[in-house]
Design a protein around this ligand. Structure first.
Ligand SMILES: [Zn+2]
Length: 412
């Protein structure tokens, strides 16, 4: 029962109400506290092992224990959070490799938690002798500076800094509105009608430039500036595969830039963007999608409206890590197509229907926990060899109930 309750992500008052309303007995507060301490240790050990495995997997057979990470801060509360966790995921396997918890005891200002935690993460990696090849994160300027200022590793390599492409391009469409529309008296001064139809296309072009620059800063900048020529209907430098080069009957669908003022406005708009000004942060075209997705998946265990104490918080965070590391990128069984009338551009290609979660970590937790309880209570061990299978067979119903329960309440 203690395992079922603690692994479910349920809140204490929900557990009490469930037991009271169903007319089943509940674990006393004293025993619950004791179980939680023991269970917390088991979960922490397993989470540590899981992150270690994930790290080895991410390093693979790359020489010199090198890996690339993507990080983001997760704040426990929505504002002025007492606690934050800086999560580091592998860029290839998308599993949690390490995390650094930060509280206000260590750093008063929750805005500075991300930087504080990132320093801790690098300490961890340095101690393990792991080198970071590339570090992607949302555009946090302190962290940009921190990564760039770090001394090179013994073999002379440095960590490259990458910023999230989604954040960079998201703001472009919004900023573009200022040059694409405005008051009539400012026409030709702050905005130009020949730019009015280009916002979404410019944003897409930024994205393709980052994805197609092959890691070259110069290629990225040239590709961005070529947006101007493309809209002037001059396609000499456009991508050889794009339609304006391959299709002999190509006719531009957007207004052609004829007014020199429109040309200059578009050029200076491009040159003002972060992606153009700091090309090295975008040449690898990294995104932080998976960390944000982890932060979302975490909510099953860690409700942002609840203030958890350290013991409970650590337990829940470790469960979230175990759950994520076992299930991230699990295969899809099919795609479901649901077209929304309100937003027909959404869900292009359908939503992936994922296969059911395997939840093997829950069984491992239960078995280890039971064994610890036996030891703590002076009960005899289960006979060797029967331990893993016997528990499953004898308590088969209870086990499958508990795993059914925890997989049915997660809707991603
Ligand atoms: Zn073109």
């Amino acid at each position: 029962m203690a395992h079922g309750y603690m692994s479910s992500g349920m809140l204490p008052n929900q557990y009490k109400r469930l037991c009271a309303n169903a007319g089943i007995g509940q674990i006393s507060d004293v025993n619950l506290k004791k179980s939680m301490i023991l269970y917390g240790e088991v979960v922490a050990e397993q989470a540590r092992a899981s992150m270690q495995d994930a790290m080895d997997e991410e390093i693979g057979d790359q020489p010199g224990r090198t890996l690339s990470i993507v990080t983001d801060a997760r704040h426990a509360q929505r504002r002025n959070s007492y606690r934050s966790d800086i999560m580091a995921l592998g860029q290839n396997n998308h599993k949690v490799l390490a995390y650094a918890p930060v509280t206000k005891e260590e750093q008063r200002s929750s805005q500075k938690h991300e930087m504080y935690g990132t320093t801790k993460l690098y300490q961890q990696f340095d101690e393990l002798g792991v080198q970071i090849a590339d570090h992607a994160h949302d555009r946090n300027h302190t962290i940009n500076k921190f990564i760039k200022d770090r001394p090179p590793y013994a073999d002379g390599t440095r960590t490259s800094n990458s910023n999230d492409t989604w954040h960079a391009t998201k703001s472009i469409a919004k900023k573009f509105r200022k040059v694409a529309s405005g008051a009539r008296r400012n026409q030709g001064v702050t905005w130009h009608p020949q730019l009015a139809d280009k916002g979404a296309a410019v944003k897409t072009h930024f994205y393709w430039s980052m994805a197609g620059c092959g890691g070259s800063e110069q290629a990225l900048q040239q590709s961005l500036l070529n947006i101007v020529d493309h809209y002037k209907n001059q396609h000499d430098n456009c991508n050889a595969a794009s339609r304006c080069r391959t299709d002999p009957n190509y006719r531009p669908r957007k207004l052609i830039l004829q007014d020199q003022r429109a040309v200059e406005m578009l050029r200076s708009f491009i040159q003002k963007q972060d992606v153009y000004r700091h090309p090295s942060d975008y040449v690898l075209c990294r995104d932080t999608l998976y960390v944000e997705s982890f932060n979302n998946a975490c909510l099953q265990y860690l409700d942002k409206r609840i203030f958890f104490r350290t013991l409970n918080y650590g337990l829940r965070m470790n469960l979230a890590i175990l759950d994520w590391n076992e299930h991230v990128d699990r295969p899809a069984t099919s795609r479901s197509n649901r077209v929304s009338v309100a937003n027909p551009r959404q869900n292009n290609g359908g939503k992936r229907v994922l296969s059911a979660k395997t939840n093997n970590f829950l069984r491992d937790l239960l078995l280890t926990f039971l064994q610890r309880v036996r030891t703590a209570g002076g009960l005899p061990d289960l006979p060797q060899g029967r331990r893993r299978n016997a528990d499953v067979q004898e308590d088969g119903d209870r086990l499958s109930d508990s795993s059914d329960y925890s997989s049915s309440d997660e809707e991603e």
